[in-house]
Design a protein around this ligand. Structure first.
Ligand SMILES: [Zn+2]
Length: 254
């Protein structure tokens, strides 16, 4: 998970405003802070961005990531999402007003940005990864993913409230090695969590009960920065086995 936010001493803060997760330095899941904090190697290698949904905290770094690479990229940056997500991006961000419509622009090597639309449920392949998209329960069209290479697999919810199909897909996956699950808000904000389609620690506990025979760690992501310490405290108090808070900027070898 790339750092998105700095503290008053100029260091990466655990409080995250934006989400980007990088797999094997090659594929970005979401692009909230992709341009702001990826390494030079990642900027050189990443040409595939898979979106969970089009909310700003998950896409804010995408226009600038493409801008940074505009003059030099040999391959286009491929943005993977459902048709609804891609339509939102094209209409509301890459609309010549907020930012250029990169999908219509070329550099000396060809196109610089391509949309790769897929329907949830149909497996897609991105670089060396096989990806299964599962619709989750958020305010806008959103997916969770199960992502596998030839030997390892992990699941990631993106943003979601209570959901069913995602947990079923986790249970159907023969060997899952980790799951990255959202928990945005503290329990006292359960009403706001309900209208904004997020989880709180108590809701998280009920959701995790839908996983049968879990033998892999769960890492919590998408904690709203202003409530981070409260959410972390509440999750720890639940004493859920093998549930951890994902650390910013740490490389996880699952
Ligand atoms: Zn969202």
């Amino acid at each position: 998970m790339l750092p998105s936010t700095i503290d008053e001493d100029g260091r990466a803060s655990a409080r995250q405003h934006l989400l980007t997760m990088i797999v094997d330095d090659q594929v970005a899941i979401d692009a909230g802070c992709l341009a702001f904090s990826c390494s030079d190697l990642q900027r050189e290698q990443i040409r595939d961005v898979v979106l969970t949904h089009a909310h700003l905290d998950h896409v804010a770094g995408l226009p600038l990531f493409i801008d940074d690479l505009f003059a030099t990229t040999i391959e286009p940056i491929r943005v993977h999402g459902t048709p609804e997500m891609l339509e939102i991006l094209e209409r509301d961000i890459f609309n010549w007003s907020i930012y250029p419509r990169f999908s219509e622009l070329r550099n000396g090597h060809g196109g610089v940005m391509e949309y790769r639309a897929f329907e949830p449920g149909s497996p897609i392949s991105v670089k060396h990864l096989a990806i299964r998209a599962i619709p989750v329960n958020h305010k806008v069209p959103a997916n969770g993913y199960i992502i596998s290479d030839s030997s390892r697999s992990f699941a990631m919810t993106g943003d979601t409230a209570e959901t069913e199909e995602f947990w079923r897909a986790c249970n159907e996956t023969s060997q899952l090695d980790a799951a990255f699950i959202e928990c945005a808000l503290p329990d006292e904000m359960a009403d706001i969590a309900a209208v904004s389609f997020h989880l709180t620690p108590s809701k998280l506990r009920r959701e995790l009960e839908k996983l049968t025979d879990r033998r892999y760690p769960v890492y919590i992501i998408n904690i709203k920065p202003m409530y981070r310490s409260q959410v972390v405290k509440e999750i720890k108090a639940l004493g859920l086995p093998d549930v951890h808070i994902l650390e910013v900027g740490k490389v996880y070898d699952i």
